[in-house]
Write a protein that binds this ligand. Structure first.
Ligand SMILES: Cc1cc2nc3c(=O)[nH]c(=O)nc-3n(C[C@H](O)[C@H](O)[C@H](O)COP(=O)(O)OP(=O)(O)OC[C@H]3O[C@@H](n4cnc5c(N)ncnc54)[C@H](O)[C@@H]3O)c2cc1C
Length: 196
């Protein structure tokens, strides 16, 4: 995964310089919420709304609150001020998606049939093309090309997925997760019993 999505990456030739850090444009050239951190997205949309307010239109309701939350605020501040029922940014989308993917690994058979292995391979291939953050999707497709997916058993896929997740963690400057413990995290619960 060669590209850091914290860098501005426009989908067209718009100038990078006006984009806040963490902002990624969609392939249509507009701010891409599912590719961007919430703080940068709300900061950018605030600027756009301010421009249109000057031209006579006003932002309102939750949208205005979101824009205000982004004004000069860090990601955590903006996140704290937004209601739960707003569209996903790159982080909430990522967390939910990893939960789904690791949970699929956790319920994948220990001895999958040929058809089950084929389904999982197909699912992951389609997933990598449909993932709503296009920069994430492109890098994940590249990862799939470099690190052939392993679907021969639950543990094989669980560890492959953990390594894939660690590759994203590394790209984002986060700590690596201990893949020997992927099942504790996503299937059995931690050995200390705190997950019930
Ligand atoms: C396919 C994919 C590609 C992505 N690419 C990008 C990108 O290019 N740029 C970007 O900004 N964001 C990307 N994201 C989102 C990013 O990975 C995180 O989801 C997001 O930054 C939120 O991170 P987090 O720290 O809350 O925890 P997450 O990374 O979302 O992890 C959720 C939980 O999973 C557990 N965990 C962490 N690492 C592992 C692991 N290796 N194996 C098993 N469990 C683990 C931890 O308990 C953690 O709390 C991507 C997400 C996906 C699904």
């Amino acid at each position: 995964m060669a590209v850091d999505a914290s860098e501005p990456r426009p989908g067209n030739s718009d100038p990078h310089k006006k984009l806040p850090p963490g902002m990624v444009l969609g392939k249509d050239g507009k701010p891409c919420r599912t590719c961007s951190s919430l703080a940068s997205f709300t900061s950018q949309t605030k600027n756009l709304r301010a421009s249109s307010a000057t031209a006579g239109s006003a932002a309102s309701g939750a949208a205005a609150a979101a824009a205000a939350a982004g004004a000069g605020a860090g990601a955590s501040t903006a996140t704290a001020k937004l209601p739960d029922d707003c569209p996903a940014d790159v982080e909430t989308l990522g967390r939910s998606t990893w939960t789904l993917l690791h949970s699929i690994a956790a319920t994948y058979p220990q001895r999958p049939t040929t058809a089950e292995q084929s389904d999982l391979r197909t699912f992951m291939g389609v997933f990598s093309r449909l993932y709503p953050c296009w920069v994430c999707a492109e890098d994940f497709q590249a990862y799939l090309q470099q690190q052939q997916i392993r679907v021969g058993s639950r543990d094989e896929f669980g560890r492959w997925l953990c390594e894939a997740h660690n590759a994203v963690n590394a790209k984002l400057g986060k700590d690596a997760f201990d893949c020997a413990r992927w099942e504790e995290r996503w299937r059995t619960g931690w050995k200390d019993g705190r997950c019930g």
